[in-house]
Design a protein around this ligand. Structure first.
Ligand SMILES: NC(=O)c1ccc[n+]([C@@H]2O[C@H](COP(=O)([O-])OP(=O)(O)OC[C@H]3O[C@@H](n4cnc5c(N)ncnc54)[C@H](O)[C@@H]3O)[C@@H](O)[C@H]2O)c1
Length: 251
């Protein structure tokens, strides 16, 4: 029970990596607030975890919904101990000249500005608990990704934001870190594979990118987030932790 009676807010907590975080934090006694634009899925995940958890309809592309969601979490739980900025999208592989700036801005809005805005609205509450922030970035933040300039840039923005906010928040006792996953078996990964001619071959190729020979499962990401949210990581702040089965070593 490493998170007993503490409150975690997870954007995109209904499915994929976010659901992995929801599961792990709930197993460790946490009170989980799942913010997701797929409200049915958020409710289903919250109910599966137990009555004490909360599902909130929130599209993180919309600042007003973010502000209202933080208010809803405080009304229900009275505090926030950890914020996990996880919600994100990965557009299909697209070369720069095929993605007009407006579309790139939308990727930045969902993947990066949401992280900024969530921190903006949650920070006063995190100061009271001397809590933690965890941003789910990506290996592509450090290494880039072909035909994914907007996506990789949005993840890079999350990483440099993490470092800068960690500096700003140290005086408040708030630690800010990012995780940089390589390939995780999620609905996002499956729908990307399904868009290709041979989905099974694509998934096998992706699994082989990790020297340990497989993708991660979502709870492996949740357990790393739990580590970053607890005193076990009390001397770690401003870091982008590669959680990649060694993939970045052989990129
Ligand atoms: N899957 C991977 O291999 C991988 C690798 C590196 C980084 N990531 C990052 O991890 C995060 C989660 O990815 P995933 O693979 O679990 O995705 P996913 O699509 O499987 O799940 C994403 C969840 O976020 C929600 N969501 C999406 N857009 C939203 C919005 N605008 N507002 C609120 N909720 C929204 C979805 O409804 C869903 O519940 C993303 O930020 C992604 O960039 C994933």
């Amino acid at each position: 029970m490493r998170f007993a009676q503490r409150v975690v807010v997870i954007t995109g907590g209904a499915k994929g990596i976010g659901a992995g975080c929801s599961n792990v934090f709930a197993q460790e006694g946490g009170l989980v607030a799942i913010l997701d634009r797929d409200f049915d899925a958020a409710q289903a995940t919250a109910q599966r975890l137990g009555d004490q958890h909360l599902a909130v309809r929130c599209d993180v592309a919309d600042e007003k919904q973010i502000a209202a969601s933080i208010t809803a979490v405080i009304e229900r739980f009275g505090q926030i101990d950890c914020l996990i900025n996880n919600a994100g999208i990965h557009p299909p592989d697209t070369p720069l000249l095929k993605m007009p700036p407006e579309q790139a801005l939308e990727v930045l809005r969902i993947n990066f500005l949401s992280t900024y805005s969530m921190c903006y609205y949650a920070l006063e509450h995190l100061k009271k608990t001397r809590g933690t922030i965890i941003n789910v970035s990506s290996m592509t933040a450090a290494l880039g990704q072909r035909n994914s300039t907007a996506y990789a840039a949005s993840k890079g923005a999350q990483l440099s934001f993490t470092k800068s906010l960690a500096l700003e928040c140290a005086d408040f006792g708030i630690r800010v870190n990012a995780i940089l996953p390589s390939n995780v078996d999620t609905p996002l990964m499956r729908s990307w594979a399904a868009s290709l001619q041979d989905p099974q071959a694509a998934l096998e190729r992706i699994a082989a990118l990790q020297p340990i020979g497989r993708m991660a499962d979502v709870e492996e990401m949740g357990r790393v987030c739990l580590f970053l949210a607890t005193e076990d990581s009390s001397f770690i702040t401003g870091q982008g932790l590669h959680v990649d089965g060694g993939a970045s070593l052989d990129y």
